[in-house]
Ligand binder design. Structure first.
Ligand SMILES: [Zn+2]
Length: 156
């Protein structure tokens, strides 16, 4: 049986129904993932606020998946996308300055208004603790009295 309502009115009802359902969903993981499903839900559902993201990062889902909120891109991102110092001390998950945390991607982007990025290239290497290390391992044939193998490591 065809509906008596005009098609535009049917679509309005559908949109209202989706919004009502979305209001009853938890932000993590359901609503957050629903918003990323397709363009329709991405435009229909309002983006989470920074405050909502900070609250969501203390949920069991966020803790299990090591997710943290970024203040600039307003996304929950894995811990490895942040500089180490952004996840320590006051900027940690329960820290007083957790609202100041931003991801590496946002850190290397130029700031609004065209001013320099928050991180320079050298800062990025320092933040990531990236360094090159040549390691050679040599074993000695002699076994000591405790039957443990002696290994010497030379770092150059
Ligand atoms: Zn970010």
């Amino acid at each position: 049986m065809a509906s008596q309502r005009p098609r535009s009115q049917q679509l309005d009802i559908l949109v209202q129904l989706h919004l009502l359902i979305a209001q009853s969903l938890p932000l993590l993981p359901t609503l957050y993932h629903l918003r990323q499903t397709n363009h329709y839900f991405h435009t229909l559902l309002p983006p989470p606020t920074h405050t909502e993201l900070l609250a969501a990062e203390t949920s069991p889902f966020a803790i299990a998946h090591n997710l943290y909120a970024c203040r600039y891109c307003l996304r929950l991102r894995p811990g490895h996308t942040f500089a180490d110092r952004m996840l320590r001390h006051g900027r940690g998950r329960y820290g007083r300055k957790q609202g100041n945390r931003f991801c590496l991607e946002c850190g290397v982007k130029p700031r609004e208004g065209g001013s320099e990025a928050r991180y320079a290239l050298g800062d990025l290497a320092d933040n990531l603790d990236v360094f090159e290390l040549d390691v050679s391992v040599q074993t000695e044939e002699k076994v000591d009295e405790s039957d443990s193998l002696k290994v010497s490591i030379e770092i150059s």
